[in-house]
Design a protein around this ligand. Structure first.
Ligand SMILES: [Zn+2]
Length: 177
């Protein structure tokens, strides 16, 4: 199987249990109704699984239709303020700003998932949003200092507002044209 661009990996056992491996070291194990043990690991990098012979697999790759991918691939979140229990949001249900924030602020997003996020933004621009919103500038919520998107993206660290120090630049409000 060509799993080089995998974005979703599950194994379905004979009793209908769905095992999903989210990342490389995520090994999920299930003792089936038939007493055999089923296992899946490897996340979206490769498939490492039990070989009882009656495993079924359901995987998605970047070659699949994005319409399908967005209904399955999800993203773990601790909420806007990082204080909620871990929960998973399907890409189709994520807020556009959340996706943009992930793309611009999280350095080590798996490249396959990053591509899913980019595809989702394109999907929304083409199908669900009227026109593309253009960012004008980023504004400090406390003092109103304005900086450009280029300044935010090129910043090597998330420094505090150079005027008032109240907010980090990644927390600046995005103002659209
Ligand atoms: Zn400020």
């Amino acid at each position: 199987m060509n799993d080089s661009k995998m974005v979703y990996s599950t194994l379905i056992t004979p009793d209908g249990t769905i095992l999903r491996s989210r990342h490389r070291h995520d090994y999920v194990i299930h003792t089936d109704a038939n007493d055999d043990v089923y296992m899946l690991g490897g996340g979206i990098d490769y498939i490492r699984s039990s070989l009882n012979g009656d495993e079924q697999y359901f995987t998605l790759t970047l070659d699949d239709d994005h319409e399908t991918i967005r209904q399955y691939v999800d993203w773990g979140s601790y909420g806007k303020n990082g204080d909620e229990p871990l929960h998973y949001i399907k890409v189709m249900d994520m807020e556009t700003d959340h996706i943009k924030a992930i793309l611009s602020t999280i350095p080590h997003v798996h490249p396959h998932l990053k591509q899913v996020m980019i595809n989702e933004l394109e999907y929304r621009n083409g199908k669900t949003e009227k026109g593309v919103k253009v960012v004008d500038y980023h504004e400090c919520p406390s003092c109103g200092l304005r900086i450009t998107t280029a300044q935010v993206l090129s910043a090597r660290r998330n420094y505090s507002c150079t005027n008032c120090g109240e907010h980090k630049i990644r927390q600046f409000k995005i103002i659209y044209k």
